[in-house]
Design a protein. Structure first.
Length: 604
């Protein structure tokens, strides 16, 4: 309820009175044959006077100066605001927590500024008031003769700011004078009191009453007039109700890791302002809200918006982060006083590419062989990947020969690199690389495949990725053992082809590994003919003689290009051709190699 100054005037009568001097008659007047008991009156000023009075519980009294000022209209003052409920309408909105059903954890309250909600103006109310004021004046001549008609005028004016009603004037006729008549005629009256009912008067209106009396004696006569009226004030208060409608849109499909912009429009289609608008957003577990500190918030956030005037709408964007693939929902609810909650729901399909790599090829090969390895790429996800870069590292013991699909070998990274287009969902792609084994070794052929990065150092783990915030990566390895082929060659050379009986012939045996793999457990054995005996043996290992045989301890490893030299001395005991037979074997030879050298011993 609004109370204004004018409201206190409703139903009260406001009166104004004035007195004026009439011509003296010189004696105490009589009226209607009776002597008046009224005391003599003092002379009053001749000029017109205005004296507002107010009627209250304590009777009629003159209005004080401060009360008269209070009755004046409030010029230049701003209308008062409707007192708000709870707090001023212009107060800053506060974040509030709405009840959480089902015992769920309390929602996270987000300041409206964090979500980007626009600030809206406050609302105000109008006030109205009246300052009623009615005056009555006497207009009289300066003097009049005894026995002659005397006419004076009562002037009633509405000096207030609004219409007044039931204006009523009462006059006590002058003592010592006889009432002759009035214009307009009095409504009722007797010898001592006259009454006029003037009805309603608009602001600034004036009504005049002429009264004629006949003074009966010399001296002064006095008349008293009072005015009463009623005033009313009317105000109209428009009762309004806000009514909110909300809508929300989002892209149909986005990828995991992207920002999902939910565009929200709140429209007040009601007749009054929505003073406070609590907003609540619920979203499925595939969506996250990231606050100013970078913390991810799940499930539910709340905030409060400022006032929304009737007929206006505001739009803001709620940014959520796509965290999981699939159909994800966001439900927005807003509240306005006097209305049920308004809710809207929007779904977004979140897709996610995947990258799988498999590598196939021989796990064993011989030195100088050229094995081929195939890298199979597949995307079992729901979205196309970014551009793909693949690297296959060429290990020690191998060298690059060729690659399919434009693969290029770079010496700085010792890797074969491919630049490939993004792989659609469900698609597959294969590339191949051919290598050559240059030495016996055990190595791993490692391939790294990434979508969204084009930096070999990043793929190899040298630096952190900077090309994309979200990178798809797949790795695959193939262990390979490159085995060399041993090729053991040996030579037997006799220093002299003709030796005298009793003297020594010297044989030199030289072993060379001319293959690509090591020879292990290399063993040499020499066999002498009858009529000759071993005189001595030397070599990388110790030789032992048993009858006509000389057996050397084995050489554990004869590396590629490795050599071993043996020397055996043989003494002829009888003339004739003697054979020196050598047998060489190793783990890599299924059948030992055999060579012979002939020497003729003679006797003079």
């Amino acid at each position: 309820m609004i109370r204004t100054a004018a409201a206190f005037a409703v139903g009260l009568g406001f009166m104004s009175s004035a007195t004026a001097q009439l011509p003296p008659s010189g004696q105490t007047p009589k009226q209607n044959g009776q002597n008046s008991a009224r005391p003599p009156v003092e002379a009053l000023p001749k000029n017109r006077m205005t004296s507002p009075v107010i009627a209250g519980a304590d009777g009629v009294r003159q209005v004080t100066a401060s009360e008269a000022d209070a009755l004046k209209p409030d010029a230049g003052k701003a209308p008062a605001f409707f007192p708000p409920i709870g707090e001023p309408a212009h107060a800053e909105p506060k974040s509030l927590k709405l009840p959480t059903p089902g015992g769920e954890p309390p929602p996270v309250v987000i300041p409206a500024t964090s979500i980007g909600l626009p600030s809206l103006p406050s609302v105000s109310a109008l006030s109205s008031r009246q300052a009623p004021s009615v005056t009555v004046e006497f207009e009289t001549p300066d003097s009049s003769a005894v026995g002659q008609p005397l006419t004076y005028t009562l002037v009633v004016r509405n000096t207030g700011t609004g219409t007044v009603g039931n204006v009523r004037v009462e006059e006590e006729t002058p003592v010592g004078a006889t009432f002759i008549g009035a214009e307009p005629a009095a409504e009722s009256g007797n010898e001592s009191k006259l009454t006029w009912a003037l009805g309603g008067m608009d602001a600034g209106a004036e009504k005049r009453i002429k009264v004629t009396v006949k003074p009966g004696e010399e001296g002064e006569i006095r008349s008293r007039a009072t005015v009463s009226f009623t005033t009313a004030i009317e105000t109209k208060i428009k009762i309004t109700r806000p009514k909110l409608s909300i809508s929300m849109t989002a892209p149909d499909s986005l990828r995991v890791g992207d920002t999902v912009p939910f565009k929200v429009t709140v429209n007040n289609i009601g007749t009054g302002p929505a003073i406070k608008i609590p907003l609540q957003a619920r979203f499925t577990d595939g969506l996250k809200y990231r606050n100013d500190k970078g913390e991810a918030i799940d499930g539910l956030i709340e905030t409060e918006w400022a006032n929304l005037p009737a007929g206006q709408s505001r739009t803001f964007v709620l940014n959520l982060v796509a965290a999981k693939p699939g159909t994800q929902n966001c439900v927005l609810t807003c509240f306005a006083d006097g209305n049920p909650p308004e809710t809207c729901k929007t779904a977004v399909n979140l897709t996610e590419p995947q990258l799988v790599a498999k590598q196939s090829g021989p796990s064993k090969c011989l030195v100088k062989a050229e094995p081929t390895y195939q890298i199979d790429l597949t995307n079992p996800g729901t979205a196309t990947t970014d551009a793909i870069s693949a690297w296959t590292v060429v290990p020690e013991g191998f060298e690059f020969v060729s690659a399919s699909d434009g693969g290029v070998f770079t010496t700085s990274t010792k890797a074969v690199m491919w630049r490939l287009a993004g792989l659609p969902a469900g698609a597959a792609k294969s590339v191949t690389v051919k290598l050559r084994s240059v030495s016996a070794s055990e190595a791993s052929i490692r391939t790294v495949v990434q979508a969204g990065v084009a930096d070999a150092n990043t793929a190899m783990g040298v630096a952190q990725a900077t090309a994309k915030a979200r990178i798809l990566e797949a790795r695959c390895d193939t262990a390979v053992k490159s085995e060399g082929v041993p090729a053991l060659r040996f030579y037997v050379v006799g220093q002299e082809g003709l030796v005298e009986v009793g003297k020594e012939a010297v044989y030199e045996i030289k072993l060379i590994n001319q293959g690509t793999g090591n020879c292990t457990n290399v063993q040499l054995e020499a066999e002498l003919s009858e009529g000759s005996i071993a005189a001595g043996a030397a070599g990388p290992t110790t030789g032992r003689t048993t009858g006509q045989r000389i057996v050397f301890d084995p050489i554990s490893t004869l590396t590629v290009k490795g050599e071993a030299v043996y020397k055996v001395r043989v003494k002829g005991l009888a003339p004739g051709d003697m054979q020196f037979r050598v047998k060489v074997g190793c783990d890599q030879l299924k059948t030992p190699g055999v060579k012979e050298e002939n020497t003729r011993f003679y006797k003079e």
